[in-house]
Ligand binder design. Structure first.
Ligand code: A2P
Length: 343
């Protein structure tokens, strides 16, 4: 990349018609990323349609027949299979790929980066690919990294309450459709989820693994260790899909190496980049997906209190927009770090 100031970048969005891709376009525009040309890409079925960027309609192109030469930065959010096939091709053509899928996250030669937590890691990208963490790990790291740095975290117990937008557009449509059907005394007819999601909870996200955990749960274990560069951290996760459209919530208990009072934790979190503390001990004095997270950038932390059952335990409630900080926003923040390298 050149050293010119005011450099503008050719940016490809792979999966531009999806829930995350659309938000990537919006976040690039909102943050005034120096885009020279924007190239929305999707499958053949959406090619020829249009998406909006900075108030203008832009044609969607077919990924399968697109030549990536000339692309500077490619943001991928079209699933692991698409990333595996096409991300190396974009990287070979000279693009820096920022991949939102889990295809490369656990490869040693692919950095896994949360912009507020380990931004320096993205400089070492021998394959030209940078991985964006999973949404539930993302918000957990933004809130827990400051605590880990201050006193060390030994163990994390986390139960997630994950919104349907994390499963893409078709999942949001299913929640809407089932809600209307049930209110009309009709059969919910599950298609996208294995059982009814409207008015229900599903303790199952991504595939089941041999150890009895789901892959979504193990992502929290693997990614926490990689991002915090500490394989000694123990993580005990349960991931649950809830009938919320936008915003993931997490009930978290941490065991620290040295004791941390709730007041000191609050102080640390109030200073932490990307975190907003909402912690008044009164009705409504806590963040929720609808009242705080949906459509906004920060990771919100509330319900900070000691663990009455453990001398070095602390409880927190962490909420963020899974499509923004959990996916599109972090990807754009990583693109900003890449863009800065060449200015
Ligand atoms: P398409 O509109 O052509 O299906 P979501 O997770 O919200 O469902 O979005 C998935 C995104 O990934 C969409 O933009 C979708 O495009 C895109 N996508 C899915 N499969 C492919 C593929 N084989 N090639 C290119 N884009 C794909």
């Amino acid at each position: 990349m050149s050293n010119q100031q005011n450099r503008r970048f050719t940016v490809a969005i792979v999966g531009a018609t999806g829930a995350v891709g659309e938000t990537m376009l919006n976040v690039l525009a909102e943050r005034d990323f120096p885009v020279g040309e924007i190239i929305p890409l999707a499958s053949e079925r959406s090619a020829g349609g249009e998406v909006e960027f900075k108030g203008k309609k832009v044609k969607v192109r077919d990924l399968a027949t697109f030549d990536p030469a000339g692309v500077d930065i490619a943001l991928f959010s079209a699933g692991g299979g698409v990333s595996k096939e096409y991300a190396p091709k974009f990287a070979a053509a000279g693009a820096v790929v920022i991949d939102n899928s889990s295809a490369f996250r656990y490869d040693d030669d692919v950095p896994l980066v949360v912009s507020e937590v380990n931004p320096d890691a993205l400089r070492n990208r021998p394959r030209g690919i940078i991985a964006n963490p999973n949404c539930s790990t993302m918000q957990l790291m933004v809130a827990l990294a400051p605590i880990h740095r201050a006193v060390g975290i030994e163990r994390i117990n986390v139960a997630t309450y994950q919104s349907v937008s994390g499963a893409g557009r078709s999942a949001m449509e299913e929640l809407g459709r089932q809600t209307a059907a049930i209110l009309g005394f009709q059969d919910p007819d599950p298609q996208r989820f294995p059982v009814q999601i409207a008015f229900n909870l599903i303790p199952h996200i991504d595939e089941f693994l041999d150890n009895g955990f789901t892959k979504e749960e193990m992502k929290l274990v693997w990614e926490t260790r990689k991002i915090l560069a500490d394989d000694s951290i123990q993580v005990n996760p349960t991931a649950v899909r809830v009938p919320v459209f936008f915003g993931h919530s997490e009930a978290v208990n941490v065991e620290t190496k040295t004791a941390l009072t709730p007041d000191r934790a609050r102080e640390l979190l109030e200073k932490a980049p990307g975190v907003v503390v909402v912690d008044e001990r009164k009705p409504g004095g806590y963040p929720t997906p609808v009242t705080h997270a949906s459509g906004s950038d920060p990771v919100y932390v509330g319900r900070i209190r000691e663990d009455l059952s453990h001398p070095r335990g602390l409880n927190l409630w962490i909420v963020a927009d899974n499509i923004r900080k959990g996916a599109a926003l972090n990807a754009v923040q990583l693109a900003e770090l890449v863009a800065k390298e060449s200015s």
